[in-house]
Design a protein around this ligand. Structure first.
Ligand SMILES: [Zn+2]
Length: 76
């Protein structure tokens, strides 16, 4: 597994493993096999890795949505 899934978004640092860049995007996703319909995981991503993380989830057919952090407000 190359991406962290800690759910820690308070400091809005990219969720990509090893990346310490400031996140500008949030990716809300769910694994239908282990999560009930109302559960969401949130990853945050820098500009460089938002595509990587989105593709990582999309390749597994997980439902996901990507939104700019600025628009939704940084999660606290
Ligand atoms: Zn990154």
């Amino acid at each position: 597994m190359s991406a962290q899934s800690s759910g820690q978004v308070a400091d809005a640092v990219c969720s990509r493993a090893g990346c310490r860049a400031t996140a500008h995007w949030r990716i809300d996703w769910r694994n239908p096999r282990i999560h009930t319909a109302d559960r969401r995981k949130t990853w945050v991503a820098c500009d460089e890795h938002v595509d990587y993380l989105r593709d990582f989830l999309a390749a597994r057919d997980f439902p996901l949505s990507v939104a700019p952090l600025a628009e939704t407000g940084a999660p606290r």
